[in-house]
Ligand binder design. Structure first.
Ligand SMILES: [Zn+2]
Length: 85
């Protein structure tokens, strides 16, 4: 029986400029692919094993807000993403 591997695209950590973003990914991105995050920021993919890049990252609130809305999750009235849009 073959090994089954599930890649949860929602669990990929997309970090740029110290913020963790979210994107609607249809597949695992390739290095060099341009990805536009839910907040509108676009950057190229680079895979890294530098865990230090992920220490102390902040949430990109506009991405979080868009993600919550897409999934129909609760959005608190004082959500920080609503102030930045
Ligand atoms: Zn973002």
């Amino acid at each position: 029986m073959p090994l089954s591997v599930l890649l949860d695209l929602d669990r990929l950590h997309l970090v740029a400029h110290g913020e963790r973003h979210r994107a609607a990914l249809a597949r695992v991105p390739r290095p060099g692919d341009a990805i536009t995050m839910l907040c509108g920021y676009t950057d190229l993919v680079e895979y890294t094993g530098r865990t230090a890049d992920f220490v102390g990252v902040r949430t990109c609130w506009p991405c979080d807000l868009a993600y919550r809305r897409q999934l129909g999750l609760c959005v608190p009235p004082d959500h920080p993403g609503a102030r930045r849009l």
